[in-house]
Design a protein around this ligand. Structure first.
Ligand code: AMP
Length: 586
């Protein structure tokens, strides 16, 4: 570890953090206390995410507080108060009820980040249905796979998306009875209904039916390393984690303005782009447009964003531009920046401090966990390159398989193993849709195995090593691609790096790196040798890449993760597999 810890003392922090003493908070923690901070449905009728997120605030002094500030691609701005969102989501819930869509029925949404998406999510939850967002950049095949596997009965989408991706396959989806079109004024044939018309005709009053905390609320598809996408099922009780992490990790305070840049097609965009800020009664910014450095800085400044949740790819894109937002924009409202989704290289943390005026707090979780599990909390020392420490109430460990059904906990610090969580936290996924066997395989010896490899240091900070299937074995040494990538990124010419294991007859695999250079820097043999030498010096010859290829851009999926799988397939001349999630920047 080449980086020193970043201390952020509470007195230099703009507000007193909700979590000041990590050990004390963990020791005193109980889920019952968190549950007591929520309201529950009236008359003991259970726990419903939409009630906690919207209705209870709409019935309080927050009624006229802006819940959603929507920024359109074309410069439009629309505000929705808690009171308005309550009424609109009631209307949507009444539409579903009127169509005979009831408890447990899945409502799919295929749309860009438009206000209707958020209204549909809340209305579905109110109706005790299951909300399933689909990433709007998916092509027809992944859309079909998910609608089919998810037994879709209702889909809310736009006319364009419908024509492009659904109309031709509609006959193969006999269960899909209704398609609600957000941009059509009249009902059409074949169950194609006008959402504006139905909204206008529906009542704005709705009584949420009894909702058991264990009722399924959200379905999120996540890609497996092999096979079809897996549908992770989440329950209403997950709101305890959304609330708790909003409090302790995001550090929400009243009047915060929050912006999560993730799309709801991915779990971060639902848990933190919809639920967590609203459970805290704050203003949630939604930007319809995709990444644009200047636009994003302008949003941070003009919307006075105080808590920002983004991803390493965005941070790297900023870094690549060699541009320091804090010099050109007034970011004094910004109090804390968080990052998730892939490893945040230490460089990124340090860049944040220099260029944004704040270090970046990495946290870790995955679709299956439903919410943040490990974090660099605002008041704690950040260890750049580390994912942080487990949330209060979360038991995380490094384990090693001892045989098919058992594992042992690795107690020695800084030792690599499988990252595991003790099952039972409220937002743990309750199954993979139609795949009980695959679900059961995730649990071994009393632990949930995350599929990630990590280390834990002597102070309880967790360090990401790689996905279990990305790890490289070279001359008998385990090498984590993240570690190599982080080092390469320290080289001043390197913007991005992706590292794979390339089969080698002599030493098993050699470490091979693909590197994208910063704007204005040209590849050359001299530079290649220089970077190899730089990495060797930092990592030692056994770990440093033996080969480096320059590429103008590295392949990334839509969520911004570098697709090592694709780099590897291309390197080896193997089939590239499903490319529907590939970001078209290459
Ligand atoms: P997803 O289910 O698509 O959200 O992906 C979850 C996976 O992303 C995790 O299992 C990790 O492999 C990776 N991931 C998420 N957050 C981090 C992080 N902070 N550091 C490293 N890897 C991460």
């Amino acid at each position: 570890m080449f980086w020193t810890a970043i201390h952020k003392h509470p007195e230099t922090y703009k507000k007193t953090p909700n979590l000041l003493d990590y050990s004390q908070t963990c020791a005193a923690f109980s889920w019952d206390t968190i549950r007591d901070e929520l309201q529950g449905l009236p008359d003991g009728r259970g726990l419903n995410i939409a009630h906690e997120a919207i209705d209870r605030h709409a019935e309080s002094r927050l009624r006229d507080h802006v819940a959603l500030r929507w920024l359109g691609c074309d410069g439009a701005k629309r505000d929705f108060t808690y009171g308005e969102l309550k009424a609109l989501s009631n209307r949507f819930a009444n539409i579903l009820k009127g169509l005979g869509i009831g408890k447990g029925d899945t409502v799919f949404v295929l749309a860009d980040r438009i206000p209707e998406l958020y209204i549909a999510a809340l209305g579905t939850l109110k109706n005790a249905g299951v909300f399933c967002p689909l990433f709007s950049a998916f092509g027809p095949e992944p859309v079909y796979q998910r609608l089919k596997r998810g037994d879709a009965k209702v889909l809310m989408t736009t006319g364009h998306q419908y024509r492009q991706k659904v109309s031709r396959i509609r006959d193969t989806l006999p269960k899909l009875k209704y398609v609600l079109l957000v941009d059509t004024q009249d009902h059409l044939e074949n169950g194609l209904l006008s959402m504006p018309r139905l909204m206008a005709e529906s009542s704005s009053l709705f009584s949420i039916p009894p909702t058991d905390p264990e009722d399924i609320a959200v379905l999120h598809f996540t890609s497996g390393t092999t096979g079809m996408p897996k549908g992770a099922l989440h329950v209403h009780n997950a709101v305890l984690i959304h609330y708790m992490t909003g409090k302790y990790v995001m550090d929400f305070h009243p009047d915060d303005i929050f912006w999560c840049t993730a799309d709801p097609g991915w779990v971060t965009g639902t848990s933190y782009g919809i639920i967590a800020p609203w459970v805290h009664g704050i203003t949630n910014i939604v930007d319809e447009a995709d990444f644009d450095a200047k636009r994003w800085c302008h949003i941070l400044e003009s919307q006075k964003v105080s808590v920002w949740y983004t991803a390493p790819t965005a941070i790297r894109r900023f870094m690549r531009l060699d541009f320091e937002p804090a010099r050109s924009y007034d970011l004094h409202d910004l109090r804390v920046i968080h990052s998730v989704g892939e490893p945040l290289n230490p460089e990124g943390v340090v860049w944040g401090r220099k260029a944004m005026g704040l270090p970046i707090h990495d946290n870790w979780w995955q679709t299956e966990t439903g919410g943040i599990m490990i974090a660099n909390f605002p008041a704690m020392e950040i260890r750049p390159g580390s994912m942080g420490r487990p949330l209060p109430g979360i038991e995380a460990a490094i384990v090693r398989r001892t045989d098919k059904d058992t594992v042992e906990v690795v107690d020695e610090p800084d030792t690599q193993g499988d990252l595991a969580l003790r099952p039972g936290w409220p937002s743990m996924f309750r199954g993979y849709l139609h795949d009980e066997a695959r679900y059961r395989k995730c649990f071994v010896g009393g632990w949930y195995l995350t599929g990630d490899l990590a280390k834990r240091d002597a102070d309880g900070y967790f360090w990401f090593v790689g996905r279990a299937d990305d790890i490289i074995k070279t001359s008998g040494h385990m090498v984590g691609p993240f570690e190599v990538e982080s080092t390469l990124m320290e080289h001043p010419a390197v913007a991005e790096a992706g590292v794979i294991g390339k089969p080698d007859p002599l030493i098993g695999e050699i470490v091979k790196a693909f590197v994208a250079l910063k704007t204005g820097i040209n590849p050359s043999e001299e530079l290649r040798l220089e970077i190899i030498g730089f990495a060797r010096k930092k990592l030692g010859a056994a770990v440093a890449p033996k080969e480096i290829d320059f590429q103008p851009n590295l392949p990334k999926n839509k969520a911004g993760k570098i697709m090592r799988r694709l780099l590897k397939a291309r390197e080896l001349g193997l089939p590239e597999g499903d490319l529907s999630t590939l970001e078209k920047t290459e």
